[in-house]
Design a protein around this ligand. Structure first.
Ligand code: CMC
Length: 383
């Protein structure tokens, strides 16, 4: 087959509708606004499960019994510390890069010290995955202190994955309600079918590269504003709007100028994202708890106008719309919102990679060539 034989090839912009894998990890019903992890509705996991339990469920395919959960939680807890040389390196980094860039760098750095770095077998890949999941909160909290010239707050083994992150970040053990809300936010972000960053990790892993390289691909892909980077921009937009009275005018003007409203729309959901529904409820609860309803009022107004204006096109709030308001009340700096998305999603990334590798085939799509043919090469001295 020559390179001219494009006939019969189909092209779908942005791979819309293309099936890239067969997976038993999670699924989305975009019409019904339903998301399941291994068959269980996201609402049930958000209501009853924890980060540790859902991570085990995704990684190993069945809900853990008590001792399995205790053992897995201990493995995560014991792997929270990061290598002393990596900690020293954090202290000499500039204070202005985006924390997602630091996350990419530090995951690559940690790979150099991983005790299984020479091993590529499945068991080693699982151990590396668990260690990296455990280290994400430490990397993010430590960098936040390093960039402000503050001392690191070491992980607290008494606390859960979610509560420990808030503790390492703020220096205060969060109250039970805040820790639980953050735990739920991590569960909601943990997996989401064949999203761009998951696909990126799988493409990297399909070449039989290592788990850390796959995760770094995922971080770089999640960073963009069309994917995980939208949550940070939602609060920026709310800042720009300034008050609930100005929200309608802002949305109408943006739509007229064909500007996208961050935190709305989705390739798969053509109805309300179930994760946004859950996060909205917690954004309301925290607004009430802290006596500051300005953000949620603006959010609800934007939602009302967007659904009225473009709801018929299937544009509704997505996971990124209300998460920022939740994080704001939990005391999380804005540029850490996307790293927090990554803190949840890293579980999905490694789960999909481990699943795909069981029947691996390198990803190698094609492009339809539409460039010139038979172009004569002209030597440089004659150009
Ligand atoms: N605001 C206004 N109009 C929108 C929006 C939006 N947020 N999203 C989509 N549209 C319109 C778009 O202008 C287009 O209209 P038309 O058909 O008239 O040209 C139509 O809807 C289809 O949009 P698209 O960009 O072709 O859709 P896509 O499937 O390629 O992109 C998306 C999906 C999520 C990238 C897009 O909806 C978007 O850019 N949203 C804003 C960024 C955002 O919130 N991203 C987070 C996504 S959810 C979390 C995650 O998975 O990372």
């Amino acid at each position: 087959m020559g390179f001219l034989t494009n006939e019969g090839q189909t092209y779908s912009r942005g791979l819309e509708g293309v099936v890239a894998a067969i997976s038993a990890v999670s699924a989305i019903d975009g019409q019904e606004g339903r998301l399941i992890y291994r068959g269980v509705d996201i609402e049930a996991l958000a209501e009853y499960s924890t980060f540790e339990e859902t991570a085990y469920f995704l990684l190993f395919g069945s809900l853990p019994n008590k001792s399995e959960l205790e053992q897995f939680s201990a493995e995560l807890r014991d792997a929270r510390e990061i290598h002393p040389r990596v900690k020293e390196h954090l202290k000499v980094l500039p204070s202005d890069p985006h924390p997602m860039d630091v996350l990419k760098l530090v995951v690559s750095h940690l790979a150099l010290y991983d005790p299984d770095k020479q091993r590529m077998d499945r068991e080693a890949k699982i151990r590396k995955s668990i260690r990296t999941i455990a280290q994400f909160p430490t990397i993010i909290a430590h960098y936040n202190h390093a960039r402000h010239g503050e001392e690191f707050i070491p992980p607290n083994p008494e606390l859960s994955h979610a509560a420990n992150f808030l503790y390492m970040l703020t220096g205060n053990v969060p109250d039970e309600e805040n820790a639980r809300i953050f735990d739920i936010a991590l569960i909601l972000h943990m997996d989401h079918g064949m999203n761009a960053s998951t696909f990126a990790t799988m493409v990297t892993a399909s070449t039989l590269s290592d788990i850390h390289s796959a995760i770094v691909s995922g971080i770089g892909t999640l960073k963009g504003p069309l994917h995980g980077g939208a949550n940070e921009r939602v609060l920026k937009m709310l800042d720009e709007i300034g008050s609930v009275e100005k929200a309608e005018e802002f949305v109408l003007k943006s739509l007229q100028e064909r500007k996208k409203i961050m935190g709305f729309g989705h390739r798969v959901y053509k109805s309300y994202d179930p994760r946004a529904r859950i996060l909205k409820q917690y954004a309301e609860r925290l607004s009430e708890k802290y006596g500051d309803t300005k953000w949620i009022e603006m959010g609800k107004k934007i939602e009302e106008v967007m659904i009225r204006e473009v709801g018929r096109k299937g544009i509704f709030p997505n996971v990124d719309f209300y998460s920022g308001i939740v994080y704001h009340f939990l005391g999380i700096p804005r540029d850490l919102f996307t790293p927090i998305f990554a803190m949840g999603r890293v579980v999905g990334w490694v789960t999909h990679v481990l699943e795909y590798l069981q029947a691996n085939r390198i990803f190698r799509p094609r492009a339809i060539y539409n460039g010139p043919l038979d172009v004569e090469y002209i030597p440089i001295e004659k150009r």
